[in-house]
Design a binder for this molecule. Sequence first.
Ligand code: SF4
Ligand code: ZN
Ligand code: ZN
Length: 313
Amino acid sequence: MPRCRVCGREAEYHVPWSNAWFCREHFIQYVSRSIIRTYEKYIGYKYRRVLFAVSGGKDSVTLLHVLAPKLLGKGVDVAALFIDLGITGYSSVAEDIVRRNTDMLDIPLITIRLREYGFTIDDIAKLYYERIIRRPVCSICGMVKRYFMNKVAYENNYDLLLTGHTLDDALAFILVNLSAGKPYELVKLKPYTPGTDRLVARGKPLLFTYEAETKWFIKALNLPVLNTKCPHTPLKEGLVYEVKEFLYRLENKHPGIMRMTMKNLVDRIFPLIEKSLEKPRLVYCSKCGMPSSTDPCGFCRLRERVYKLLVKG
Ligand code: SF4
Ligand code: ZN
Ligand code: ZN
């Protein structure tokens, strides 16, 4: 019978990439410590107002339960942000899950409702299925979420925004961006991006955490998470999905290779790429004031277009 590496009691959790077994208590400690270590190494405790973007999924809930108590203990102002995208049968369930988690931790929750800006992701999906707009729903949804994360953090004076991107997705995105020749997109997937005027600093403390670890962490603590699938999840699995499958096959043969690759990218390769990249030119959107590479910004252009299409309806 396998024994916990720390206390020698009967072990329940096997972590192949660290070649270790843990009991429940020490598995929770192992995951928490590795996330906190990433935070301390790449971000540190200089920020005094920190906003967590929480979707209700296992990754953002893990992030919140590990880091929020730690930051509160250091006297940091902490809040969570939930974006109600207006997805029928999904957004309200997600909001309820997020609220249960923030209540457990006694953290304020800021909720933004997309319908108050004139449309929902359900509207976008309808226009997409009717072939009136071409850009895939998830791509628009991602842009909307990124827009509100920064806007809410900036307007509420948060100086750091944390998101729950895990190793698996980030590494898959990096490989896809590499094959597409997109260096700017590639280097965005790092654990910390400092803030600039109206762009709030961002952190991804789960960047070296496997999805399996967040799944087991949620199970070990029996935390409420979202188990409902978004109805707009693409039916056909895309390139990112296939790259992830490839990474898992590689990981099975060489445990730890995904994390090692990410560490080397972040610590050795990205700094070299960044040195050769020009800083992207940003302007302020004349409609909403948020920084953007175009004027109006992508969100304001989308909002205007969708408004016209819905009114014409
Ligand atoms: Fe948005 Fe797509 Fe995720 Fe649904 S599956 S929440 S549409 S990104
Ligand atoms: Zn133990
Ligand atoms: Zn704008």
